[in-house]
Design a binder for this molecule. Structure first.
Ligand code: MLT
Length: 405
Protein backbone atom coordinates (compact mmCIF):
# COMPACT_ATOMS: atom_id res chain seq x y z
CA UNK A 1 0.00 0.00 0.00
CA UNK A 2 1.20 3.48 -0.83
CA UNK A 3 2.36 5.47 2.16
CA UNK A 4 2.33 9.23 2.26
CA UNK A 5 4.93 11.65 3.58
CA UNK A 6 3.49 11.89 7.10
CA UNK A 7 5.43 15.08 7.76
CA UNK A 8 2.70 16.87 5.84
CA UNK A 9 0.24 15.92 8.56
CA UNK A 10 2.36 17.94 10.94
CA UNK A 11 1.61 21.18 9.05
CA UNK A 12 -0.73 23.57 10.80
CA UNK A 13 -3.83 24.39 8.73
CA UNK A 14 -3.47 25.62 5.18
CA UNK A 15 -0.92 28.07 3.81
CA UNK A 16 -1.51 31.52 5.32
CA UNK A 17 -2.29 33.36 2.10
CA UNK A 18 -4.60 30.57 0.89
CA UNK A 19 -6.60 30.84 4.11
CA UNK A 20 -6.91 34.60 3.66
CA UNK A 21 -7.95 34.26 0.01
CA UNK A 22 -10.65 31.75 1.00
CA UNK A 23 -12.01 34.02 3.73
CA UNK A 24 -12.08 37.03 1.42
CA UNK A 25 -13.80 35.06 -1.35
CA UNK A 26 -16.50 33.91 1.07
CA UNK A 27 -17.01 37.47 2.33
CA UNK A 28 -17.22 38.87 -1.16
CA UNK A 29 -19.73 36.19 -2.26
CA UNK A 30 -21.90 37.09 0.73
CA UNK A 31 -21.42 40.85 0.25
CA UNK A 32 -21.35 41.40 -3.51
CA UNK A 33 -21.62 45.20 -3.17
CA UNK A 34 -18.67 45.56 -0.79
CA UNK A 35 -15.75 47.44 -2.35
CA UNK A 36 -12.94 45.36 -0.94
CA UNK A 37 -9.44 46.83 -0.81
CA UNK A 38 -6.73 44.17 -0.66
CA UNK A 39 -3.65 45.06 1.32
CA UNK A 40 -3.04 41.46 2.39
CA UNK A 41 -0.65 39.43 0.27
CA UNK A 42 2.38 41.37 -0.94
CA UNK A 43 1.36 41.25 -4.58
CA UNK A 44 2.22 44.18 -6.84
CA UNK A 45 -0.44 46.19 -8.67
CA UNK A 46 1.48 48.44 -11.06
CA UNK A 47 2.12 47.45 -14.67
CA UNK A 48 5.47 46.22 -15.93
CA UNK A 49 7.59 49.14 -17.13
CA UNK A 50 8.12 50.00 -20.85
CA UNK A 51 11.69 48.69 -21.01
CA UNK A 52 10.64 45.33 -19.59
CA UNK A 53 7.66 45.09 -21.93
CA UNK A 54 9.73 45.89 -25.00
CA UNK A 55 12.33 43.32 -23.97
CA UNK A 56 9.57 40.71 -23.56
CA UNK A 57 8.20 41.56 -27.02
CA UNK A 58 11.63 41.28 -28.63
CA UNK A 59 12.25 37.94 -26.98
CA UNK A 60 8.85 36.67 -28.14
CA UNK A 61 9.70 37.72 -31.69
CA UNK A 62 12.94 35.77 -31.51
CA UNK A 63 10.84 32.68 -30.85
CA UNK A 64 9.08 32.92 -34.22
CA UNK A 65 12.29 32.55 -36.23
CA UNK A 66 14.06 29.20 -36.36
CA UNK A 67 17.46 30.90 -36.26
CA UNK A 68 16.75 32.73 -32.99
CA UNK A 69 14.26 30.32 -31.42
CA UNK A 70 15.26 28.97 -27.97
CA UNK A 71 14.43 25.60 -26.45
CA UNK A 72 15.42 24.57 -22.95
CA UNK A 73 17.25 27.31 -21.09
CA UNK A 74 20.59 26.43 -19.47
CA UNK A 75 19.55 24.85 -16.17
CA UNK A 76 21.46 27.32 -14.00
CA UNK A 77 20.43 30.38 -16.03
CA UNK A 78 21.53 32.20 -19.19
CA UNK A 79 25.00 33.72 -18.93
CA UNK A 80 23.67 37.12 -20.06
CA UNK A 81 21.43 37.34 -17.00
CA UNK A 82 23.90 35.87 -14.51
CA UNK A 83 26.50 38.35 -15.72
CA UNK A 84 24.07 41.28 -15.64
CA UNK A 85 23.27 40.45 -12.00
CA UNK A 86 26.90 40.01 -10.98
CA UNK A 87 28.10 43.18 -12.73
CA UNK A 88 25.22 45.54 -11.99
CA UNK A 89 24.33 44.41 -8.54
CA UNK A 90 27.02 42.61 -6.58
CA UNK A 91 30.14 44.12 -8.13
CA UNK A 92 28.73 47.65 -7.83
CA UNK A 93 28.24 47.03 -4.13
CA UNK A 94 31.77 45.72 -3.74
CA UNK A 95 30.63 42.11 -3.18
CA UNK A 96 32.87 39.26 -4.31
CA UNK A 97 30.21 37.37 -6.26
CA UNK A 98 30.86 35.94 -9.72
CA UNK A 99 28.25 35.22 -12.41
CA UNK A 100 28.64 31.46 -12.04
CA UNK A 101 27.75 31.66 -8.35
CA UNK A 102 24.26 32.87 -9.32
CA UNK A 103 21.48 30.33 -9.94
CA UNK A 104 18.52 31.71 -11.85
CA UNK A 105 15.10 30.36 -10.91
CA UNK A 106 11.41 31.08 -11.28
CA UNK A 107 11.21 32.99 -8.02
CA UNK A 108 12.43 33.34 -4.48
CA UNK A 109 9.46 31.49 -2.99
CA UNK A 110 10.48 28.21 -4.66
CA UNK A 111 14.12 28.70 -3.75
CA UNK A 112 13.34 29.55 -0.14
CA UNK A 113 11.24 26.39 0.13
CA UNK A 114 13.63 24.13 -1.78
CA UNK A 115 17.03 25.20 -0.47
CA UNK A 116 16.63 23.09 2.70
CA UNK A 117 16.81 19.94 0.53
CA UNK A 118 20.59 20.11 0.33
CA UNK A 119 20.90 19.88 4.12
CA UNK A 120 20.58 16.89 6.40
CA UNK A 121 17.25 16.35 8.09
CA UNK A 122 19.20 16.30 11.37
CA UNK A 123 20.09 19.98 11.09
CA UNK A 124 18.58 22.35 13.56
CA UNK A 125 17.06 25.45 12.02
CA UNK A 126 16.50 28.87 13.56
CA UNK A 127 13.89 31.31 12.33
CA UNK A 128 12.81 34.77 13.30
CA UNK A 129 9.45 34.88 14.99
CA UNK A 130 7.40 36.29 13.25
CA UNK A 131 8.60 35.40 9.76
CA UNK A 132 7.58 34.50 6.19
CA UNK A 133 5.85 31.11 6.73
CA UNK A 134 7.59 29.24 3.89
CA UNK A 135 10.79 28.66 5.90
CA UNK A 136 9.04 26.80 8.69
CA UNK A 137 6.51 24.97 6.51
CA UNK A 138 9.13 23.65 4.09
CA UNK A 139 11.19 22.31 6.99
CA UNK A 140 8.08 20.70 8.48
CA UNK A 141 7.48 18.94 5.15
CA UNK A 142 11.06 17.69 5.21
CA UNK A 143 10.69 16.31 8.74
CA UNK A 144 13.12 18.70 10.36
CA UNK A 145 10.69 20.45 12.70
CA UNK A 146 9.84 17.95 15.44
CA UNK A 147 6.25 18.00 16.63
CA UNK A 148 3.86 20.91 16.93
CA UNK A 149 3.37 21.91 20.54
CA UNK A 150 -0.24 22.94 21.09
CA UNK A 151 -0.67 26.18 22.97
CA UNK A 152 2.77 27.49 22.03
CA UNK A 153 2.30 27.79 18.27
CA UNK A 154 5.80 26.33 17.89
CA UNK A 155 7.49 23.17 16.65
CA UNK A 156 9.63 21.36 19.18
CA UNK A 157 12.79 21.13 17.07
CA UNK A 158 12.89 24.67 15.67
CA UNK A 159 14.69 27.54 17.36
CA UNK A 160 12.43 30.59 17.33
CA UNK A 161 14.22 33.92 17.65
CA UNK A 162 11.70 36.43 19.02
CA UNK A 163 11.41 39.70 17.10
CA UNK A 164 9.38 41.93 19.34
CA UNK A 165 8.75 45.57 20.03
CA UNK A 166 11.26 45.31 22.91
CA UNK A 167 14.16 44.31 20.64
CA UNK A 168 13.11 46.54 17.74
CA UNK A 169 11.87 43.46 15.85
CA UNK A 170 15.48 42.33 15.40
CA UNK A 171 16.53 38.81 16.45
CA UNK A 172 19.28 38.22 19.01
CA UNK A 173 22.10 35.77 18.37
CA UNK A 174 21.05 32.36 19.75
CA UNK A 175 22.87 31.55 22.97
CA UNK A 176 21.19 28.44 24.43
CA UNK A 177 21.58 26.25 21.41
CA UNK A 178 23.58 26.74 18.20
CA UNK A 179 21.49 26.38 15.03
CA UNK A 180 22.96 24.71 11.94
CA UNK A 181 20.86 26.77 9.55
CA UNK A 182 19.73 30.32 10.28
CA UNK A 183 17.03 31.95 8.20
CA UNK A 184 17.24 35.74 8.13
CA UNK A 185 15.04 38.03 6.03
CA UNK A 186 15.88 41.74 5.79
CA UNK A 187 14.16 44.07 5.16
CA UNK A 188 11.90 41.81 7.11
CA UNK A 189 8.69 40.23 6.02
CA UNK A 190 6.36 40.82 7.89
CA UNK A 191 7.62 43.52 10.29
CA UNK A 192 9.46 45.74 7.79
CA UNK A 193 12.38 45.91 10.25
CA UNK A 194 15.94 46.21 8.95
CA UNK A 195 19.40 45.34 10.16
CA UNK A 196 22.49 47.53 9.95
CA UNK A 197 25.65 46.28 8.31
CA UNK A 198 27.48 46.10 11.64
CA UNK A 199 24.65 44.06 13.19
CA UNK A 200 24.56 41.70 10.22
CA UNK A 201 28.32 41.31 10.48
CA UNK A 202 27.78 39.80 13.96
CA UNK A 203 25.55 37.10 12.42
CA UNK A 204 28.13 36.39 9.74
CA UNK A 205 30.88 36.09 12.36
CA UNK A 206 28.66 33.84 14.48
CA UNK A 207 27.86 31.57 11.52
CA UNK A 208 31.51 31.31 10.52
CA UNK A 209 32.57 30.60 14.08
CA UNK A 210 29.96 27.85 14.56
CA UNK A 211 30.04 26.55 10.99
CA UNK A 212 26.35 27.31 10.56
CA UNK A 213 24.83 28.50 7.30
CA UNK A 214 22.76 31.66 6.99
CA UNK A 215 19.99 31.62 4.41
CA UNK A 216 19.56 35.32 3.76
CA UNK A 217 16.33 36.38 2.07
CA UNK A 218 16.89 39.82 0.56
CA UNK A 219 13.73 39.89 -1.58
CA UNK A 220 12.91 43.41 -0.39
CA UNK A 221 16.36 45.01 -0.70
CA UNK A 222 15.16 47.50 -3.36
CA UNK A 223 13.14 49.25 -0.65
CA UNK A 224 16.16 50.12 1.50
CA UNK A 225 16.60 53.87 1.96
CA UNK A 226 19.03 54.06 4.88
CA UNK A 227 22.74 54.14 4.08
CA UNK A 228 23.81 51.83 6.90
CA UNK A 229 21.43 49.02 5.89
CA UNK A 230 23.09 46.44 3.62
CA UNK A 231 21.36 45.34 0.41
CA UNK A 232 23.22 42.04 0.36
CA UNK A 233 24.76 39.90 3.07
CA UNK A 234 27.91 39.75 0.93
CA UNK A 235 28.57 43.38 1.87
CA UNK A 236 29.75 41.87 5.18
CA UNK A 237 33.28 40.51 5.53
CA UNK A 238 33.64 36.75 5.08
CA UNK A 239 29.97 36.19 4.24
CA UNK A 240 30.97 34.07 1.25
CA UNK A 241 32.04 31.30 3.62
CA UNK A 242 28.73 31.10 5.48
CA UNK A 243 25.81 32.60 3.56
CA UNK A 244 23.35 31.77 0.79
CA UNK A 245 21.33 34.70 -0.53
CA UNK A 246 17.83 34.57 -2.03
CA UNK A 247 16.67 37.33 -4.35
CA UNK A 248 13.54 38.13 -6.29
CA UNK A 249 12.42 40.20 -9.28
CA UNK A 250 8.87 40.26 -7.90
CA UNK A 251 8.95 43.15 -5.52
CA UNK A 252 11.36 45.49 -7.32
CA UNK A 253 10.35 44.94 -10.96
CA UNK A 254 6.80 43.66 -10.46
CA UNK A 255 7.42 40.08 -11.66
CA UNK A 256 4.99 38.38 -9.24
CA UNK A 257 3.11 37.03 -12.26
CA UNK A 258 6.11 36.81 -14.59
CA UNK A 259 8.21 34.71 -12.17
CA UNK A 260 11.95 35.19 -11.87
CA UNK A 261 14.41 35.05 -8.99
CA UNK A 262 17.87 33.84 -8.15
CA UNK A 263 19.93 32.27 -5.42
CA UNK A 264 23.59 32.98 -4.76
CA UNK A 265 25.82 30.26 -3.39
CA UNK A 266 29.49 31.25 -3.27
CA UNK A 267 31.93 28.55 -4.34
CA UNK A 268 33.90 28.89 -1.14
CA UNK A 269 30.90 27.93 1.00
CA UNK A 270 31.75 24.45 2.21
CA UNK A 271 30.05 22.40 4.95
CA UNK A 272 30.59 18.82 5.95
CA UNK A 273 33.50 18.79 3.50
CA UNK A 274 31.21 19.49 0.54
CA UNK A 275 30.66 22.51 -1.69
CA UNK A 276 27.06 23.71 -1.26
CA UNK A 277 27.37 25.31 -4.69
CA UNK A 278 27.95 21.88 -6.23
CA UNK A 279 25.05 20.33 -4.31
CA UNK A 280 22.61 23.05 -5.33
CA UNK A 281 23.81 22.90 -8.95
CA UNK A 282 23.12 19.14 -8.89
CA UNK A 283 19.70 19.67 -7.39
CA UNK A 284 18.84 22.50 -9.79
CA UNK A 285 19.90 20.61 -12.90
CA UNK A 286 18.02 17.49 -11.85
CA UNK A 287 14.74 19.07 -10.79
CA UNK A 288 14.51 22.26 -12.81
CA UNK A 289 14.61 23.07 -16.51
CA UNK A 290 15.44 26.73 -16.31
CA UNK A 291 13.40 29.94 -16.24
CA UNK A 292 11.96 30.80 -19.68
CA UNK A 293 14.27 32.66 -22.10
CA UNK A 294 11.65 35.38 -22.57
CA UNK A 295 11.49 36.00 -18.84
CA UNK A 296 15.27 35.98 -18.41
CA UNK A 297 15.53 38.61 -21.17
CA UNK A 298 13.04 40.70 -19.19
CA UNK A 299 15.25 40.18 -16.14
CA UNK A 300 18.28 41.40 -18.06
CA UNK A 301 16.37 44.56 -19.02
CA UNK A 302 15.88 45.33 -15.32
CA UNK A 303 19.63 46.05 -15.20
CA UNK A 304 19.71 48.36 -18.26
CA UNK A 305 20.06 52.09 -17.54
CA UNK A 306 16.43 52.75 -18.51
CA UNK A 307 15.28 49.66 -16.64
CA UNK A 308 16.97 50.80 -13.44
CA UNK A 309 15.32 54.22 -13.66
CA UNK A 310 11.89 52.73 -14.24
CA UNK A 311 12.25 50.24 -11.41
CA UNK A 312 13.23 53.04 -9.07
CA UNK A 313 9.99 54.75 -10.10
CA UNK A 314 8.00 51.64 -9.17
CA UNK A 315 9.68 51.36 -5.79
CA UNK A 316 9.12 55.08 -5.12
CA UNK A 317 5.45 54.64 -5.99
CA UNK A 318 5.00 51.87 -3.43
CA UNK A 319 7.03 53.73 -0.83
CA UNK A 320 4.65 56.69 -1.16
CA UNK A 321 1.90 54.24 -0.19
CA UNK A 322 4.01 53.01 2.71
CA UNK A 323 4.43 56.56 4.05
CA UNK A 324 0.73 57.25 3.68
CA UNK A 325 -0.20 54.12 5.63
CA UNK A 326 2.45 54.71 8.28
CA UNK A 327 1.55 58.35 8.88
CA UNK A 328 -2.21 57.85 8.55
CA UNK A 329 -2.36 55.02 11.06
CA UNK A 330 -0.04 56.80 13.44
CA UNK A 331 -2.32 59.87 13.34
CA UNK A 332 -5.25 57.56 14.04
CA UNK A 333 -3.49 56.40 17.21
CA UNK A 334 -2.17 53.02 16.03
CA UNK A 335 1.23 51.76 17.12
CA UNK A 336 3.00 51.22 13.79
CA UNK A 337 6.45 50.32 12.52
CA UNK A 338 8.16 49.23 9.31
CA UNK A 339 7.33 51.06 6.07
CA UNK A 340 10.59 53.04 5.97
CA UNK A 341 12.95 50.62 4.27
CA UNK A 342 10.29 48.07 3.43
CA UNK A 343 6.90 47.83 1.72
CA UNK A 344 5.25 46.38 4.85
CA UNK A 345 3.67 48.20 7.75
CA UNK A 346 3.37 46.33 11.02
CA UNK A 347 0.75 47.50 13.47
CA UNK A 348 -0.37 46.57 16.93
CA UNK A 349 -4.00 45.55 16.96
CA UNK A 350 -6.18 47.87 19.05
CA UNK A 351 -7.75 46.84 22.35
CA UNK A 352 -5.66 43.67 22.54
CA UNK A 353 -7.66 42.06 19.75
CA UNK A 354 -6.18 38.87 18.36
CA UNK A 355 -4.72 39.17 14.89
CA UNK A 356 -7.54 37.11 13.32
CA UNK A 357 -10.24 39.03 15.19
CA UNK A 358 -8.79 42.26 13.83
CA UNK A 359 -8.67 40.71 10.35
CA UNK A 360 -12.40 39.92 10.56
CA UNK A 361 -13.20 43.30 12.08
CA UNK A 362 -11.36 45.20 9.33
CA UNK A 363 -12.87 43.08 6.58
CA UNK A 364 -16.40 43.40 7.95
CA UNK A 365 -16.39 47.08 8.89
CA UNK A 366 -13.92 48.73 6.48
CA UNK A 367 -13.81 46.06 3.75
CA UNK A 368 -10.03 46.20 3.96
CA UNK A 369 -7.93 43.03 3.79
CA UNK A 370 -4.65 42.74 5.67
CA UNK A 371 -2.60 39.85 7.00
CA UNK A 372 -2.93 38.62 10.61
CA UNK A 373 0.44 38.79 12.35
CA UNK A 374 -0.12 35.45 14.07
CA UNK A 375 0.10 33.78 10.67
CA UNK A 376 3.82 34.58 10.72
CA UNK A 377 4.56 33.02 14.11
CA UNK A 378 3.52 33.15 17.76
CA UNK A 379 5.16 36.54 18.36
CA UNK A 380 3.05 37.98 15.56
CA UNK A 381 -0.08 37.49 17.68
CA UNK A 382 -1.71 40.85 18.41
CA UNK A 383 -0.13 42.37 15.29
CA UNK A 384 -1.28 42.95 11.75
CA UNK A 385 0.51 43.55 8.43
CA UNK A 386 -0.56 45.93 5.69
CA UNK A 387 1.19 45.97 2.33
CA UNK A 388 2.18 49.07 0.38
CA UNK A 389 1.82 47.25 -2.95
CA UNK A 390 -1.71 48.55 -3.65
CA UNK A 391 -2.81 51.36 -5.96
CA UNK A 392 -2.15 54.73 -4.37
CA UNK A 393 -5.81 55.80 -4.54
CA UNK A 394 -7.01 52.50 -3.05
CA UNK A 395 -4.37 52.73 -0.32
CA UNK A 396 -5.49 56.25 0.61
CA UNK A 397 -9.09 55.07 0.67
CA UNK A 398 -8.20 52.07 2.86
CA UNK A 399 -6.33 54.20 5.37
CA UNK A 400 -9.15 56.74 5.47
CA UNK A 401 -11.67 53.96 6.07
CA UNK A 402 -9.57 52.61 8.94
CA UNK A 403 -9.16 56.10 10.41
CA UNK A 404 -12.93 56.58 10.31
CA UNK A 405 -13.74 53.37 12.11
C1 MLT B 1 3.84 38.03 1.27
O1 MLT B 1 2.78 38.64 1.18
O2 MLT B 1 4.36 37.76 2.36
C2 MLT B 1 4.53 37.67 0.02
O3 MLT B 1 3.96 38.27 -1.07
C3 MLT B 1 4.47 36.24 -0.21
C4 MLT B 1 5.48 35.85 -1.24
O4 MLT B 1 6.30 36.65 -1.68
O5 MLT B 1 5.45 34.67 -1.57
Amino acid sequence: MTKINKNYLNLQGSYLFSTIAKKVNTFSAENPDAKIIRLGIGDVTQALTPTIISSLHQAVDEMKDKSTFKGYAPDLGYDFLRKAIADNDYKLRGCKIEADEIFVSDGAKCDSGNIQEIFSVDNKIAVCDPVYPVYVDSNVMAGRSGTFVEGTGKYSNIIYMPCTKENGFAPQLPTDEVPDIIYLCFPNNPTGATITKSELQKWVDYANEHESVIIYDAAYEAYIRDEDVPHSIYECDNATTCAIELRSFSKNAGFTGVRLGFTVIPKELVRDGQSLHTLWARRHSTKYNGAPYIVQKAGEAVYSEEGKKEIKGLVDYYMRNASYILNGLREAGYEVSGGKNAPYIWLKTPDNMTSWDFFDYLLNTANVVGTPGSGFGPNGEGYFRLTAFGNYEATVEAVDRIKNL
